[in-house]
Ligand binder design. Structure first.
Ligand code: SF4
Ligand code: SF4
Length: 551
């Protein structure tokens, strides 16, 4: 029975431009002169290096650890020497440099010791997630969210449907299609591992109906018993059917709530390339060190898909495909709808790089933008049912409260609005700018809140210490009062002082007497001399006494 499918709002039928890069099988890209591994290739906190400059590393060796829960480790994609740990430019819309580990390959491409999981079905889902986390697996569909987190539905959520996204709806990009054609069984095995981690009831692999070969090969790879819970579904080719919310809508008819997650409606969605990477981790023990990348565009002689070591500079891949630099206007990382210009081509490919697209000169998108004519075409095609024109005005006016009220963060940056805009306004750039500003403000606010909290804690600590000191002094005084007898009157106090003085004199005399003992064991002559002195002293004392009596 044919499965029922639903539609999402808007969307576009775009020229595909996919065939050019699908005519040749995938080949491994050559080993570059340098591998550059940025510490941030995922959503979350950057990884922290665990190697030093000068150290020799093996392929698959962990070179940076996850710094927090939402983070991912990084592994060497070839063997060689760490020659630098420094800031390098990375392909990201922000263009900001990031701390990176630079490896000089030794040419051996020697793997570290690999530890496959013999029988993942015997592993507890949490232990399985830890293996996936330690292998640095992130979403390879473009977002780069650490996969082990998406494989943890939490104790209160049951997963009804696990969807594997093989839609790959953006023009030019074919790396997932080639993966489905060349490694269909790896994708199914990866899906089964994910199903175990999530304890999902049903699984769907969704493929656009323009990928007939991949569809057939995947169906042929499916074992009979798997067909009971796993369906391979062909969906209409319409952009952006590969958007997570749009795909869920097409397959289930359900809407992911605004500000919500697919798990809120019992669905989890992963990319087919992520499933294949998880299969490698479990069955072969290999962490995420390479991926398929489409290298295409009108200014390449041999557009194709390459198996690329993560960290390979973009320029090496372009040159491997016969790039004609002089005819190229710019090179995008990603497709023409959601991609962004790479500021410098010696920047490395990262875990989320799926396509390098070389765009020729003199294209319509290079013409200058005109004023908005309020035609409303942008709203008609928006798959997120937003009002792109209003968001554009508020982004221009830097009114970030207002733009958020128009659900800016529901925008998936699909580019449909900009594609149809007759005024050629680069709308998505405005939304990206607004999002970046809002995140920066939130980060600043978080930092300020944190600093204020620390200051308040310090004041509280000082106040507490002051009170504790006062209390200690008070208790000490009380204790002294209790141990010393309290004098009854002033006379008693005087008497006590006199008594204390007399005691002191007595003690002094006793000491002096004691000192006299030092005249023992003297010879006779010394004894006589001392006695003579004593007699003289006695005489003087007597004379003094007479003087006192007869003044
Ligand atoms: S499509 Fe362009 S011109 Fe038309 S309303 Fe939207 S932003 Fe304005
Ligand atoms: S880029 Fe954002 S606003 Fe424009 S059509 Fe896509 S989802 Fe809608």
């Amino acid at each position: 029975m044919k499965r029922r499918l639903w539609h999402f709002h808007g969307g576009l039928h775009l020229p595909e431009h996919k065939q050019a890069s699908m005519t040749k099988p995938v080949v491994a890209a050559a080993l570059p002169d340098e591998i550059i591994l940025p510490m941030q290739q995922h959503i979350g906190s950057p990884a922290e290096p665990v190697v030093k400059v000068g150290e020799h590393v093996l392929k698959g060796q962990r070179v940076a650890k996850a710094s927090e829960y939402v983070s991912a480790p990084v592994h060497a994609s070839t063997s060689g020497e760490v020659i630098a740990i420094e800031e390098r430019g990375v392909p990201h819309p922000s263009g900001l440099p990031l701390l990176s580990i630079v490896i000089k390959p030794d040419g051996k491409d020697e793997w570290t010791e690999l530890k496959p999981v013999p029988d993942y079905a015997q592993l507890d889902p949490s232990a399985l997630r830890n293996v996936i986390r330690d292998a640095g697996i992130v979403g390879l569909g473009g977002a780069g969210f650490p996969s082990f987190i998406k494989l943890n539905p939490g104790p209160d959520n049951a997963v009804d449907t696990l969807i594997l996204n093989g839609a790959e709806c953006e023009p030019y990009i074919t790396c997932d299609a080639m993966l489905m054609q060349e490694r269909p069984r790896d994708i199914i095995d990866g899906l089964l591992i994910m199903k175990h981690a999530l304890r999902a009831r049903h699984c769907i692999i969704a493929i656009e109906d323009n990928k007939k070969v991949a569809l057939t090969l995947l169906k042929n790879s499916l074992q009979e018993h798997e067909a009971e819970f796993l369906k391979i579904v062909s969906i209409p080719t319409i952009y952006p059917s590969g958007g997570e919310k749009q795909l869920i809508r097409i397959l289930t008819g359900k809407e992911v709530p605004s500000h919500g997650l697919p798990i809120d409606i019992g669905v989890v969605c992963h990319n087919v390339a992520t499933a294949a990477a998880i299969c490698k981790v479990i069955n072969e023990g290999k962490p995420l060190v390479e991926r398929y990348i489409t290298v295409t565009g009108e200014t390449l002689d041999q557009p194709r898909n390459l198996k690329v070591r993560i960290g390979t500079p973009c320029i090496d891949l372009l040159n491997a495909c016969g790039w004609r630099e002089d005819q190229t206007d710019e090179v995008l990382m990603g497709g023409p709808m959601m991609g962004f210009g790479i500021p410098a081509l010696d920047m490395p490919t990262v875990k989320t790089s799926n396509c390098l697209l070389a765009r020729p000169k003199d294209q319509p998108h290079q013409q200058p933008a005109m004023p908005c004519i309020r035609c409303g075409q942008c709203a008609a095609v928006c798959p997120a049912q937003l009002l792109p024109q209003q968001m554009y005005w508020y982004a221009r006016a830097r009114d970030f409260d207002k733009i958020q009220a128009y659900n800016l963060f529901d925008c998936i940056e699909c580019g449909c609005c900009a594609y149809v805009c007759p005024s050629r306004i680069p709308l998505v750039q405005y939304y990206r700018f607004a999002k970046t500003e809002i995140w920066a403000k939130e980060r600043d606010k978080e930092k300020a809140d944190h600093a204020r909290q620390r200051h308040e804690f310090r004041l509280q600590r000082l106040e507490r210490k002051k009170k504790e000191d006062e209390e200690r002094r008070r208790r000490k005084k009380e204790l002294l009062k209790k141990t010393q007898p309290k004098p009854d009157s002033e006379a008693d106090i005087k008497q006590a002082a006199i008594q204390a003085a007399m005691d002191r004199v007595k003690a002094k005399r006793a000491t002096q007497k004691q000192q006299k003992k030092n005249i023992e064991n003297l010879n006779e002559k010394q004894q006589q001399a001392i006695e003579a002195v004593e007699k003289r002293r006695q005489r003087l004392r007597n004379a003094g006494a007479d003087n006192e009596e007869n003044p």
